[in-house]
Ligand binder design. Structure first.
Ligand SMILES: C[S@@+](CC[C@H](N)C(=O)[O-])C[C@H]1O[C@@H](n2cnc3c(N)ncnc32)[C@H](O)[C@@H]1O
Ligand SMILES: O=C(O)C(=O)C[C@]1(C(=O)O)C=C[C@@H](O)C=C1
Length: 259
């Protein structure tokens, strides 16, 4: 049985510490959202992404401003449903429901358990459906909020514009896409400084040099960050009218894109 603790919002999440890259690996495999990662994911993402708890909680606050009556709120690449839980806690608009989508079977299974836990702890939460599937193949329903919280960076770069165009077409007037990503920077000095500071953040959170180096090589083939300029241009090309960054901590940022 996994060990559970209660996060700031009162919901239960695994507290198993991330030691995945702690021992030297003869060959570091490409990073995958498998059973091993699922077990430690809450710890991993909190210790790896500066500002993650602030982004997740405020995503709920932001979503409440954009939610339209009788519409869908999507959490794409939902992992364990942290964003879904925040949406369900904060949005009170009539007739809204959440659809969470992830293509990792292990993530989806545990996500459903956590959402059952949330249902048993809180009343009047938005209805939720968790779909195991590829967001690139999703048939979007009219939506007022779409969250891509650290998911687009795992989508093949040549598929990103098409995905964003389909999201844009599904978005209702008054709605928004909220996109959080790790950033790279076109200015070499800025990129080096923020990368070094991110390493310092990981070190301060207890990761060793070996863990940091092995994780870096595990994600380099599967996670391809863009610059803020690339995100802005792509979102405008996909038909969004306005892109507003609302959060940045080191090399991680979150943007609001308006239809
Ligand atoms: C960094 S995690 C997202 C974290 C999560 N949104 C949160 O805030 O806790 C990226 C997730 O995207 C999922 N993913 C990657 N590519 C996907 C795709 N094509 N379709 C659906 N899910 C995908 C992965 O399985 C993984 O769970
Ligand atoms: O950039 C890194 O070093 C990370 O670990 C980032 C990151 C992410 O941004 O999603 C990568 C994989 C895990 O999902 C958790 C964090």
């Amino acid at each position: 049985m996994p060990a559970f603790s209660t996060d700031t919002a009162g919901t239960a999440v695994s507290k198993e510490p991330d030691r995945i890259f702690a021992k030297p690996l003869a060959q570091v495999p490409d990073f995958a959202f498998n059973e091993d990662v699922v077990r430690v994911f809450p710890d991993m993402i909190k210790r790896s992404v500066p500002g993650y708890p602030t982004i997740v909680e405020n995503l709920g606050v932001l979503a409440a401003q954009f939610a339209q009556p009788n519409s869908v709120l999507y959490d794409l690449g939902s992992s364990l449903g942290a964003v879904t839980q925040a949406l369900r806690r904060h949005v009170r608009t009539d007739g809204c429901r959440v659809i969470a989508v992830d293509n990792s079977a292990a993530m989806v299974e545990r996500c459903r358990e956590y959402l059952n836990g949330q249902d048993s702890m809180f009343q009047e939460l938005l209805p939720v459906e968790v779909i195991e599937g590829d967001i690139l193949a999703l048939d979007f329903q009219p939506a007022s909020v779409v969250a891509l919280n650290f998911t687009l960076q795992f989508i093949a770069p040549d598929q990103r514009t098409a995905l964003l165009s389909r999201i844009r077409q599904a978005l209702l007037p008054g709605g928004a896409l909220i996109l959080s990503e790790k950033l790279r920077f076109n200015d070499t000095e800025e990129h080096a400084l923020l990368t070094d500071l991110h390493v310092a953040f990981k070190r301060a959170n207890g990761y060793s040099e070996l863990e940091i180096a092995q994780k870096r090589s595990a994600i380099e083939n599967v996670m391809k960050p863009d610059s803020l300029e690339e995100h802005r241009e792509r979102l405008l090309a996909a038909g969004f009218s306005k892109v507003v960054p609302w959060f940045q901590c080191l090399n991680f940022a979150s943007l609001i894109a308006l239809p």
